[in-house]
Design a protein. Structure first.
Length: 107
């Protein structure tokens, strides 16, 4: 569950923790707990996807107002989907983020 919730530290002004926390949890837990590792890897891939989506929205935002609306939507989706994923993890169920690009796949 920490792998899903720690990325919210980005909204507290702690940059890079939203990427490092799930990655380090995945690296540390992958041989001990496949369930925890799969959730942390899913959170890591989702955060990487959000960075890509935010960059595209920022470029659009530099040209039009709609990019800023996209950025706000991305932030709201991040908070909402992270909460859903943490709840599923807490209850012992698998969760796959919608629209997450699988940059890193489990071995």
């Amino acid at each position: 569950m920490a792998g899903h919730l720690l990325p919210l530290c980005l909204f507290l002004g702690l940059p890079l923790l939203h990427i490092l926390a799930p990655f380090l949890i995945w690296r540390h837990r992958r041989s001990r707990s496949p369930f925890s590792a799969s959730h942390a890897l899913e959170a890591f891939n989702f955060q990487l996807s959000l960075i890509l989506y935010a960059l595209v929205a920022a470029v659009i935002g530099a040209m039009t107002f709609w990019g800023w609306i996209l950025l706000a939507g991305i932030a709201i989706a991040d908070i909402f989907l992270t909460g859903v994923a943490a709840d599923r993890s807490r209850s012992g169920r698998d969760y796959r983020y919608p629209m997450a690009i699988r940059f890193v796949r489990p071995r």
